[in-house]
Design a protein around this ligand. Structure first.
Ligand SMILES: Nc1ncnc2c1ncn2[C@@H]1O[C@H](COP(=O)(O)OP(=O)(O)O)[C@@H](O)[C@H]1O
Ligand SMILES: [Mg+2]
Length: 414
């Protein structure tokens, strides 16, 4: 127990009532810092900065937290802002040195990976993941058909598109419940197009201070342009466009604008750069990002169908000792399971076997009944997503954006 605990608890209650109160945020963050709870304090300082980007207390607090948490790139970024605000002199501050070093180091770079690239410069790390194509995506025939119609087909028939006065540019937005293969499919599209794959977790970009995010975004696009043909994959696209922040946060607004202008220039002077976004929350994606020429095509990626589940189970079990496992039957018993749920299921079954091996002292392969207990315990994680999604599909389906979702919900009685 710390002497601050009761005050912290009271401040937390007060903040629930007025979550944007700068004074409360600052006070609570300071107490959390005193208690060495920097990981809790940092987001509070960041919340303050969302409202007041030049708040010196918040900048100093965030810098200190980031530093104590070992994120020197972030602390350097905050420091640079303090310097640029004239709050910190260049000579006297030790952070400045690390700020300069950091601009050259890969530590500043968000989660960026390149698959299948030949040249890798300082901005990107090479991924060890093998190249995959749509043939590696099990089942999901309707998704593949839609991908061909709306993305791959037009790319391979630019003349046809021109005849109909349609641009080939723009981006593709994949949406659906978590763990159902959006990232996997984006990688498969890169393989399909024999393109480099650069993946960016947007929350990483936004972790940087707001002014930094825009520069970072521009650099990422430049990086992708150098690596063409390339797919630039934005994961968690909703992080950029949450309506809430859109209203009150001009900083985030300018990051969105930066993304828009980068995407628009793709149409004009950048061939062979493809933008794919993914989100579990399409309703939180900034509307400006969905306009024509931007993420104007959406493809829903729903939980794997029976065939996809068989395929996924097959590949999950391929590397383990098994005996007479009835994959088709198992796929039938896992309706609604995401790819990630299936992985979890197989891991639980393996744990169960390991336990029984240790108890009995005999090593034995995995058999059908090893799945009985984990299947009883596990619920598909996708149902709760559909509960939320249903409301948007029914009540916010402007211009038919969620027709695919509605159809799926009806067909599967969700
Ligand atoms: N149709 C599929 N075929 C093969 N593997 C799949 C399929 N759908 C999902 N997976 C597997 O499930 C895992 C989770 O998918 P992922 O792409 O990370 O989901 P999301 O990005 O939608 O959250 C992936 O590692 C992938 O191996
Ligand atoms: Mg993903």
């Amino acid at each position: 127990m710390s002497k601050n605990d009761s005050v912290i608890a009271a401040l937390e209650v007060a903040l629930q009532a007025s979550p944007e109160d700068i004074g409360l945020l600052a006070h609570l963050a300071q107490l959390l810092c005193e208690d060495e709870r920097d990981e809790d304090a940092l987001p509070l300082y960041q919340q303050m900065l969302v409202q007041e980007p030049a708040n010196v207390t918040a900048l100093r607090g965030a810098r200190q937290c980031a530093e104590k948490l070992g994120n020197s790139a972030m602390s350097a970024a905050y420091n640079q802002l303090l310097v640029s605000l004239g709050q910190e002199s260049v000579e006297t501050n030790s952070h400045v040195v690390s700020a300069n070093q950091q601009t050259k180091s890969s530590a500043v770079v968000p989660n960026l990976r390149v698959v299948g690239g030949t040249e890798v410069d300082h901005l990107a790390e090479e991924s060890s993941e093998p190249e995959i194509t749509l043939a590696d995506v099990g089942g999901m025939e309707s998704v593949k058909r839609r991908l061909h119609l709306s993305f791959l087909g037009p790319l391979s028939n630019p003349e046809l598109m021109a005849t109909y006065g349609k641009d080939v540019g723009g981006g593709l937005l994949l949406y659906g419940p978590p763990g159902c293969g959006k990232t996997f499919i984006a990688r498969a599209l890169a393989g399909e197009l024999r393109a480099n794959f650069l993946s960016i977790g947007l929350s990483d970009v936004l972790d940087m201070y707001i002014g930094e995010s825009e520069r970072r975004l521009h650099e990422l696009f430049e990086e992708a342009r150098r690596k063409r043909p390339a797919i630039l994959f934005f994961d968690e696209l909703d992080a950029l466009g949450q309506k809430r922040s859109q209203l009150r946060n001009s900083g985030m607004r300018s990051v969105v604008n930066q993304l828009l202008s980068e995407m628009d220039s793709i149409n004009t002077d950048n061939k062979n750069l493809f933008i794919i976004g993914a989100t579990n929350h399409p309703w939180d994606v900034d509307a400006a990002l969905k306009r024509p020429g931007r993420f104007d095509r959406t493809v829903a990626v729903f939980p794997p169908d029976q065939q996809a589940r068989s395929y996924i189970l097959q590949s999950l079990l391929a590397k383990r000792p098994t005996e007479d496992i009835d994959i088709a039957q198992l796929a039938g018993r896992t309706k609604g399971f995401s790819g990630a749920d299936l992985k979890h299921l197989v891991e639980s079954a393996v744990e169960y076997v390991l336990e029984s091996c240790i108890e009995s002292g005999n090593v034995r392969p995995l058999v059908n009944r090893d799945f009985d207990k984990p299947l009883k315990d596990l619920r598909p994680s996708t149902y709760s997503w559909f509960e939320t999604a249903r409301n948007y599909a029914m009540f916010a389906n402007e211009s038919g954006a969620y027709d695919e979702l509605l159809e799926y919900i009806r067909a599967h009685k969700l």
